[in-house]
Each structure stands twice: as structure tokens, then as C-alpha cells.
Design a protein around this ligand. Structure first.
Ligand SMILES: [Ca+2]
Ligand SMILES: [Ca+2]
Length: 101
């Protein structure tokens, strides 16, 4: 099952948008099924679009994005670029996803 939420920030606040997103669904989810995906990266040399996710809360349990268990693709590491792994970061600099365990 996929649930898609599209966030379109106002142009003048492109790098400053912070919002809480609440989803309610009738199907009971288990946390390994939860990924947050960043699909519209852009870097034109003037602006670099990135996604910052503080945490994901499922059924009252908080999963911090920077925790050891969170897997990411698209997190930038100096000298490596955007690579996959458990990066302990809240930032996706390239298109990719956070997956919570
Ligand atoms: Ca956090
Ligand atoms: Ca970027």
C-alpha cells in the first residue's frame, strides 16, 4: 500500500517550510513498512532543494530519523556523495528515502 502526500512549498519559502503531516488509515501498519520518500530534488547552483525529517510517529511510538536504525538513500556524506546506509542524519540531499525500523 502506498500513501502519497505532496508538499508544495511557496516559492519564497522554498527552503524554510516546516510542517507536521498527520495521516490516518484504516489498515494497521507495521513500522518496517514505513518509508518517507523525497522525489523532487533540484540543485540549479543557486538553490539546493533538500528534505529534512525530524521524526516519524506511528501509533504513539516515535522513530527519530537520526537514530541508528533508520536506513536512508539520498543522504549526502562528504567524500562519498549521496549513498545508502544508516547515516544518522535527518537530511535527504538527493532523491531517496528514509526507512524506519
Ligand atoms: Ca530527530
Ligand atoms: Ca538537493
Amino acid at each position: 500500500m502506498w500513501v502519497c502526500v505532496w508538499i508544495t512549498p511557496y516559492k519564497e519559502n522554498l527552503n524554510k517550510v516546516a510542517t507536521d503531516i498527520h495521516l490516518k488509515h484504516g489498515v494497521k501498519l507495521k513500522n518496517p513498512q514505513i518509508s518517507i520518500r523525497f522525489t523532487n530534488d533540484e540543485d540549479d547552483g543557486k538553490e539546493d532543494r533538500n528534505l529534512v525529517v525530524d521524526k516519524m510517529v506511528l501509533d504513539g511510538v516515535t522513530y527519530q530519523t537520526e537514530d541508528d536504525d533508520t536506513y536512508s538513500t539520498g543522504t549526502y556524506t562528504r567524500g562519498e556523495g549521496c549513498t545508502d546506509g544508516r547515516k544518522k542524519s535527518e537530511i535527504l540531499s538527493c532523491e531517496g528515502y528514509f526507512r524506519y525500523y
